[in-house]
Write a protein that binds this ligand. Structure first.
Ligand code: SF4
Ligand code: SF4
Ligand code: SF4
Length: 318
């Protein structure tokens, strides 16, 4: 297959790797390409969606594909149509995604904008991160960022180079509590117990999911604070790596600073085509924490080195 692609690349006088870095991917079929569109957070306007359908009909085979990372792709496009497609995309203020060793289009669930489980505004963060960092070269490998609104983690922040997930820290207002126990029953982690008629939280077990806050009928369980849990160094692929949980409750501005500092650290410390999870595995998490997380003054989570069920030697889930 690679030899065939090289041959086609010579015949067409096109650098397929360069095209791919701009979101155009050579297909197995002669002269045909898939055009990947930039869709941060999987959000499109109805106008953009219509445009994708129009382009697929005019220049492809009338099909679109939704990628697992929320992009719209238009397959079966002949290279002679590239310029016409770029013109059409500009009409609706739209552009292509990117591939290769750079910051990819960030992904995100709906978050609190319309999902009842959402604790944070994932969509707003995703759009801002896309605006600030999309396409920046890493020097090593791809770099994926995702935002999930709650610990259900639909956007798979655990498997990203940098993952941000919404959390809420519950606090009991004792004088309002009637001891009904609904919060205890709602806690999947068995982190709450009724003691003398009041719920007591086991901090070790609590995942900050916020379910006890939502279920309380008298607003006696409130959110002391809401924000992000930060994960770094995850990936899927042939050799998946489970991320490290490194910090909690950074402000949005601190998240941007963390992204920038993490990228700089990866550029400086990565080797060859390794992903940042491998870099951290090779150099040790303490180095990343000392050089990236601590200088930003972030709240480091307890025992950040305990990568859940991580088998260091094989970089595999167990
Ligand atoms: S991660 Fe939570 S907030 Fe986001 S879609 Fe899933 S359930 Fe909803
Ligand atoms: S926030 Fe979630 S895990 Fe923590 S005590 Fe409440 S329900 Fe349990
Ligand atoms: S649900 Fe609310 S009122 Fe009932 S025990 Fe829990 S905190 Fe108290």
């Amino acid at each position: 297959m690679e030899a065939q692609l090289r041959q086609e690349s010579r015949r067409l006088k096109m650098d397929f790797e360069k095209l791919k870095s701009g979101g155009i991917i050579k297909q197995t079929q002669r002269d045909l390409f898939t055009v990947r569109l930039r869709c941060p957070g999987g959000k499109l306007t109805s106008e953009q969606l219509r445009k994708a359908a129009d382009i697929a009909e005019k220049y492809g085979w009338g099909e679109v594909h939704t990628s697992v990372r929320q992009s719209i792709e238009i397959p079966y496009v002949h290279h002679q149509h590239f310029d016409a497609i770029f013109d059409e995309l500009r009409e609706v203020n739209w552009s292509l995604a990117s591939c290769g060793p750079r910051i990819r289009v960030p992904t995100s669930c709906g978050g609190c904008t319309y999902n009842p489980n959402g604790l944070v505004d994932t969509q707003a963060m995703c759009m801002e991160v896309d605006r600030r960092y999309f396409g920046i070269p890493t020097g090593h490998h791809k770099f994926k960022i995702a935002f999930s609104g709650c610990p259900i983690d639909c956007a798979r922040s655990r498997a990203m180079d940098l993952g941000f997930q919404g959390i809420a820290e519950p606090r009991l207002v004792e004088e309002l509590c009637n001891g009904c126990g609904l919060c205890v029953g709602s806690c999947d982690e068995n982190a709450l117990t009724l003691v003398d008629g009041l719920p007591v939280r086991d901090h070790e077990k609590c995942t900050y999911c916020g379910d006890c806050i939502k279920v309380c009928p008298v607003d006696a369980m409130v959110a002391a604070r809401k924000g992000w849990l930060v994960r770094v160094g995850g990936k899927h692929g042939k050799h998946p790596i489970h991320s490290y949980e490194v910090a909690q409750f950074p402000s949005d501005e601190q998240c941007f600073a963390l992204i920038e500092k993490t990228l700089g650290w990866y550029q400086a410390n990565g080797q060859g085509r390794e992903r940042i999870g491998t870099t951290i595995g090779r150099l040790g998490l303490p180095k990343y924490l000392e050089e990236v997380v601590k200088p930003l003054g972030l709240e480091i989570i307890e025992k950040p080195g305990e990568r859940r069920k991580f088998k260091a030697e094989g970089n595999m889930y167990t």
